[in-house]
Design a protein around this ligand. Sequence first.
Ligand code: SF4
Length: 232
Amino acid sequence: GYKWGMAIDLNACIGCAACTVACQAENNIPVVGKEEVARGRSMHWIRVDRYQAGARTLFQPVPCMHCEHAPCEEVCPVGATMHDSEGLNVQVYNRCIGTRFCSNNCPYKVRRFNFLQYSNQNVESLKGQQNPEVTVRRRGVMEKCSYCLQRITRARIEAEKAGRRIRDGEMVTACQAVCPTRAIRFGDLNDPAADVVAAKAAPLGYDLLAELNTRPRTSYVTRVLNPDPELE
Ligand code: SF4
């Protein structure tokens, strides 16, 4: 099988946020207004954090880490978030009852609650309601980065039709596809020749909050610690 993973090169990232926009378009993520954003309801599955280091601004794109030991999975009362056989942390929308426990327990804060979307259970519960609008607002579905599971599925179908495996570089996530600096690498960690494997082997790479032992499948590459001579 495949073992999917991602490596993001922080030296290459220029903070353009094209990845965020591409993700919203690919995954049909509702674009909410300023008021909703102010209430913490911004909808994005990959964000670009910004840090100031002296005169230099650093950017860190943060999608789901697809943790091997995922803290979100332990707290879901209905098993709506779980691992698939290829190591993806998947969200089963029609099981989600909207407790948001997973989001609260995610150390990376990458899960987003979609108030506008409802699961099968939610739709069922709307039947016979006098004022379904109220219920719609109170319920919703937790959403998250899926490493573009739908694109993986499409690549898998094409490969299987041709009697082969998905080739390295063939399956690219939406964020990866648009990144102008190739900061994002994605692929099969079981393939020793994969670009993502080479990226992860680079010195000075790290996992976000590694001390929590979440074992993230998304990791970061910092090939040059300080490329700006002014900061030396
Ligand atoms: Fe960084 Fe690439 Fe995302 Fe732009 S598209 S913010 S360069 S990772």
